[in-house]
Design a protein. Structure first.
Length: 480
């Protein structure tokens, strides 16, 4: 195993804070749902649309940013980190000012800029980790980054209602701004530590290809989950230099059916998870914790708390060698059952939300290696095996980056539609939550059907998806 020095530990600690503020501030409106409605003096129906618009404008620019963010990192290097962080902080400051002045337009502009800056930081964070670490240490670093980021959501769910009770809703929103400033400060410190180190997406390209390229002698470099993609923008860990295979519509025409099913599963999984999180506080207060936003916030934090802990464990130890596609089936089944229980029973929500957190931990750890497996299998059919086992074959076309780009952009398109659909259902449901929970059940059922289809479809061809995992999973190191 590689040795880790004190400078590496400091870099890792600071990088973990880069997205803490983003996750904290992203969920600010959800944690302060009813409080913001009262502060802005809006009726319930109007607020439902405006609340979900705050998330729509955040997602909208990220339909396109994954295709350009990496290029800016390649061109300007580590300096982009501070630029992106400052855009995110400025956006959150505008949002806070909009809350203070009760200006919906200012709030929406702030959230738009916050989305542009916050999501783009993911590019630099991923590049930084791939430049500084490799092997199991890279796996641990990326998992720890995601863990600390999700703890930002947990902190927001717990602290925001408390700050609102003690100091008012404006102060609670400013808590998100403070969290963003902490992340911005970490970007300044990182730039000071690495004044001459320019990290680019080529480092990511090297890692991805070395992890995913099958060794012709039966040895793989590293298992794909050893270098997981980032949760929010997985394309950003994929090479941004266009290869001949996806400079046109060619890549889209050769994507296998299994890829499109995986893409659909990714969209419905995160579409359900994030949309539910937007309304969870209101839902919990309406059904279980009447006029108790603090308890609702604690319970609301359960999925993120659970997943923030388990994502490191599953990311490192979970072996979908023979059970990858089966795990997807079970995860979507669990999500469907949980939303059914929450929507149509009075069962205490704590245990179902713990189950939801477990599903939130396992699903990403399985889906992204699956995408790599099915795409690289298709690449071998189209272009033959790579010429190099340990290094990038730059003359060889690749459709992997285009595949992750499609997934990312499709998700963000869905995240501009699903929240508005959720708002419409909430407004037109007569005050109940059954219709909205049925909607989430329906989305999860789509993922379940996709997972079952993928399981049987791959079982009838080329070997199963799990066999593909078996090829990628095989891990051998000289120092083991």
């Amino acid at each position: 195993m590689e040795e880790v020095g004190s400078k590496d530990i400091l870099i890792l600690a600071l990088s973990c804070l880069l997205l803490f503020g983003n996750y904290y501030a992203y969920d600010n409106p959800a944690a302060l749902n009813r409080q913001l409605m009262a502060h802005l003096q809006l009726d319930y129906d109007t607020w439902q649309y405006e609340l979900n618009l705050l998330y729509v404008v955040y997602s909208f620019p990220n339909m396109f940013l994954p295709y350009f963010g990496g290029r800016l990192v390649d061109k300007f290097g580590s300096r982009v980190l501070v630029i992106y962080s400052s855009i995110g902080v400025f956006g959150q400051l505008l949002f806070s000012a909009g809350i203070h002045t009760r200006s919906t337009a200012m709030m929406l502009v702030g959230r738009f800029l916050f989305g542009v800056g916050g999501e783009s930081v993911v590019v630099v964070q991923g590049c930084l980790m791939a430049s500084c670490f490799d092997g199991r240490m890279l796996s641990f670093a990326l998992s720890l980054n995601l863990c600390v980021s999700r703890l930002g959501s947990v902190a927001n769910a717990i602290l925001s209602p408390v700050l609102d009770k003690w100091c008012g809703v404006e102060t609670a929103v400013m808590g998100g701004t403070v969290a963003c400033l902490i992340s911005f400060s970490s970007s300044i410190l990182l730039l000071a530590i690495l004044p001459t180190q320019e990290f680019t997406t080529s480092a990511i390209e090297s890692v991805i290809h070395s992890t995913a390229t099958l060794d012709e002698e039966g040895e793989a470099g590293m298992f794909m989950r050893e270098t997981p993609a980032t949760e929010t923008t997985p394309l950003l860990l994929i090479p941004m230099e266009p290869a001949p295979a996806f400079t046109s519509y060619y890549a889209f025409s050769v994507f296998p059916k299994s890829f499109w099913i995986l893409c659909l599963m990714y969209v419905v999984f995160y579409g359900t998870a994030w949309s539910f999180g937007n309304t969870a506080s209101d839902f919990l207060q309406s059904k279980w914790y009447t006029n108790d936003p603090i308890t609702a916030g604690l319970v609301m934090s359960i999925p993120d708390s659970t997943s923030s802990i388990l994502v490191v464990v599953f990311g490192y130890f979970l072996d979908p060698n023979r059970y990858g596609s089966l795990l997807l089936v079970l995860c979507f089944l669990a999500i469907t059952v949980v939303h059914g229980v929450l929507g149509f029973t009075q069962f205490n929500p704590v245990f179902p939300l713990v189950c939801l957190g477990v599903a939130y931990s396992i699903n990403p750890a399985v889906i992204w290696p699956s995408v790599a497996v099915v795409i690289q299998r298709e690449e071998r059919k189209l272009f033959g095996p790579r010429n190099s086992r340990r290094h990038i074959d730059r003359g060889r076309p690749s459709i992997l980056g285009a595949a992750y780009g499609v997934c990312t952009s499709t998700l963000n398109m869905a995240l501009t539609v699903i929240p508005l659909c959720a708002a419409w259902m909430r407004v037109n449901s007569g005050g109940g939550w059954a219709a909205l929970e049925a909607f989430y059940c329906g989305l999860a059922c789509v993922g379940f059907v996709g997972a079952v289809s993928l399981y049987f479809m791959n079982g009838l061809r080329d070997g199963s998806l799990d066999d593909g995992f078996a090829e990628v999973v095989h891990f051998r190191r000289a120092d083991d």
